[in-house]
Design a protein around this ligand. Sequence first.
Ligand SMILES: CC(C)(COP(=O)(O)OP(=O)(O)OC[C@H]1O[C@@H](n2cnc3c(N)ncnc32)[C@H](O)[C@@H]1OP(=O)(O)O)[C@@H](O)C(=O)NCCC(=O)NCCS
Length: 154
Amino acid sequence: VIEIRTLDEHLVDSLCLLLDELKSTGADSYFHPHPMTREAVENIVSTVIEDQYFVVLKENQALGYGMLRGWDEGYDVPSLGIAVCEEARGTGLAEALMYFLHCVARIKGATRIRLTVYDENERARRLFERLGYEFGSRQDHSAGSTRLVGFKEL
Ligand SMILES: CC(C)(COP(=O)(O)OP(=O)(O)OC[C@H]1O[C@@H](n2cnc3c(N)ncnc32)[C@H](O)[C@@H]1OP(=O)(O)O)[C@@H](O)C(=O)NCCC(=O)NCCS
């Protein structure tokens, strides 16, 4: 069974294994929406209100993780984050999850989505550009990396 599920306490173990994979492969240098720890995940589960966190689950294995957040901080334009496990890259799962997140944002009344991506994260940048994100402003960080801020009109 493969399904998209809202993150809850039953999915914490599976999601933490995916976060561990992202850390061990270095993908966490591109994807770190929150500390990549169980504590941070448990904190989300216990405090989330309007923000949306999803896990793509194959049996007990988390293949993907996607989120729309910002509503709980009072923003109208949600910020999107996505990661899929190495095994599921190139399958179209990331694109499917992006479309799903776009639907969720529309259903919740958003008219735009925001995201940030590191300049050198070509794989993610190409996916986002293919799906209609436009990148304008750049945020330069002290470590020498550049993050692009992208928006998509829904
Ligand atoms: C970003 C991510 C979700 C994309 O999912 P994916 O399944 O790898 O994406 P796709 O297979 O659709 O490939 C995206 C694009 O990268 C290209 N690509 C594939 N392998 C590549 C590589 N090694 N280097 C550069 N580009 C590559 C694909 O051809 C495709 O380009 P196209 O749209 O021009 O055809 C996934 O790679 C991931 O989880 N990465 C780690 C976490 C991350 O970086 N998240 C985004 C943070 S903003």
